[in-house]
Ligand binder design. Structure first.
Ligand code: AMP
Ligand code: MG
Length: 323
């Protein structure tokens, strides 16, 4: 029998397994404790689950692909402070449920494995994208992507609180460049191929945007969507679950236009990498608001991109022309 080899088979398998475990950890934190936010130096929130998720995924990547840098959102510098010992202990307890040999030292080391640099081949990880949604009890995502020479090759997006229609929440999106996007339940298979919404499907001609008003420009987003022919009110949700929603054909457009309050904000690669390939391989299109491709090559921040436009492809040109 001839085995048809798939590209990035091992990368995909390792990433999927790691994201599923990290999703279990995040849900366990939401179930077992009232997750509290600690504040980072940029005032953004971080929780026991952000650290635990990064530890689990980095441990798996270090074991399977030791030479690959991981560019993760978190680092363990704060957790290593003596006054944080009980926090680190909490993180370790949640990690230990999945990795028996976890100790506080190892957990801090695994988290710091995510301090790698952007290079020719690297992974980027947001261990909890949408931490504010996670704390509110709303949507969040675990987002992991492999990048080579600036091109997205593999994207795995776990959305533990996401459901379309009936069915238990918890969806996993997986994309490999050139091979399409699949969606499956986070708790069991089977995976199904997904596609963006077709132009004639007026019911799903919706648009999605952030819950957090400061992460975009909701007034402009509303106006642009309307001018592009989308008359329904937006669906607001946290995290890259928005990308999964477009990829699955449950919305036609995701708009993220710069907030007037933070005109100098630059998007970070881990907030878009996994979601972008999931949408592209489902037949959609992702650019910045000027139609430029997102830059996953130059560094952690996309310095030359402004805003993000994600669509089913068919309406992309008309959205950009409105902008
Ligand atoms: P969302 O859940 O779509 O609102 O996106 C959450 C992400 O927004 C976080 O991971 C942050 O990195 C990012 N973020 C923080 N501040 C801003 C801002 N001013 N504009 C756009 N994104 C931001
Ligand atoms: Mg994020």
């Amino acid at each position: 029998m001839v085995k048809i080899s798939m590209a990035y088979e091992q990368e995909r398998a390792v990433a999927v397994e790691a994201v599923i475990l990290a999703a279990k950890l995040c849900e366990a934190v939401r179930r077992d404790m009232v997750p509290e936010a600690m504040e980072k130096s940029d005032n953004s929130p971080v929780t026991v689950a952000d650290y635990g998720s990064q530890a689990i995924i980095c441990c798996a990547l270090a074991a399977a692909f030791g030479a690959d840098p991981v560019v993760g959102e978190e680092d363990a510098a704060d957790l290593r402070q003596p006054e944080m010992a009980s926090r680190l202990q909490q993180v370790t307890a949640f990690v230990k449920a999945h990795i028996a040999e976890a100790t506080p030292d190892l957990v801090a080391q695994w988290i710091d494995h995510g301090n790698g640099n952007v290079g020719r081949r690297f992974w980027t990880l947001d261990p909890i994208d949408g931490t504010k949604g996670f704390l509110r009890g709303d949507q969040y995502a675990i987002a992991l992507a492999l990048i080579e020479d600036g091109d997205l090759k593999v994207g795995v997006l776990g959305c533990p609180a996401l459901a379309f229609g009936e069915g238990d929440p918890g969806l996993l999106f997986v994309a490999v460049r050139g091979e399409g996007t699949t969606m499956q339940s986070l708790s069991d298979g089977p995976a199904q191929r997904i596609h963006v919404v077709q132009p004639g499907d007026t019911e799903r001609l919706r648009f999605v945007e952030s819950v957090e008003a400061n992460h975009g420009n909701q007034a402009q987003q509303q106006a642009v969507a309307k001018a592009a022919g989308i008359t329904q009110a937006s669906v607001r949700m946290d995290s890259q679950a928005k990308y999964g929603t477009v990829a699955a054909g449950e919305a036609a457009l995701y708009l993220r236009l710069p907030s007037p309050k933070y005109p100098d904000y630059r998007e970070k690669i881990w907030d878009h990498a996994a979601g972008a390939i999931v949408v592209e391989e489902a037949g959609g299109k992702v650019t910045d608001m000027h139609g430029k491709p997102l830059d996953f090559y130059s560094g952690v921040k996309m310095m030359d991109n402004r805003g993000v436009v994600v669509s089913n492809g068919a309406i992309h040109a008309s959205v950009l022309s409105v902008l």
